[in-house]
Design a protein around this ligand. Sequence first.
Ligand code: C5P
Length: 226
Amino acid sequence: MRDVIIACDFKDKEELYDFLKKIDKHRPYLKIGMELFYSEGSSLIKELKKQGYKIFLDLKLHDIPTTVNKAMKVIGLLNVDIVNLHASGGIRMMKEALSGLRMTNKDTLLIAVTQLTSTTNEALKEELLINENMEDTINHYAKNTKSAGLVGVVCSPLEAPLMNKLGLISVTPGIRFSDNSNDDQVRVTTPALAKELGSTYIVVGRAVTKALNPSDAYEKCVREFI
Ligand code: C5P
């Protein structure tokens, strides 16, 4: 199952296809997030699926259970490979999401974001009024994810061992080669270390998309991780 997913943080279809042309000897797993999805809509997803790309649709749903159920039912029709939501929406929301998805699709993996990596310990306490520390909160949300019947979480590779213990797959961003800059990521891991820690999928954005030779950078990720 282990694979390298490329984060396609592009503003529109033109930018995306310019990039895909640079790595056209591969058919990599792609992460399509809110920016590209809101600009191009579901027709882009259908187009990419037709061309044989695997897709992680990173839309991070979070709403009342009924609304998420109906949204997931529609997303199921797109036949993406992975889709996600926020675990902070609660167990009932996650269960409803899964049952909505399964009405139209039996294969798409549903995973949860535990805490956004942009949330600081300070914000957790002072803004969100969560008194537990970050690690315990992530652990607790992961257990909720598991009990709602979801298969995995988005997390740092450093949390992959814990997710493995809970029987959850881990989709892990924050990947850099040892000679890259960290950009705005705080805790970064190389593909090789992510493998050692037991990540199921690594999500790699700028280390591949902004590389001088994206194809070589992608191949390096695959060599190190798979
Ligand atoms: O360019 P870079 O490799 O940092 O991109 C990582 C991708 O993973 C981005 O699309 C970012 O939004 C996403 N992501 C993340 N940390 C999370 C969840 C998602 O970096 N906790």
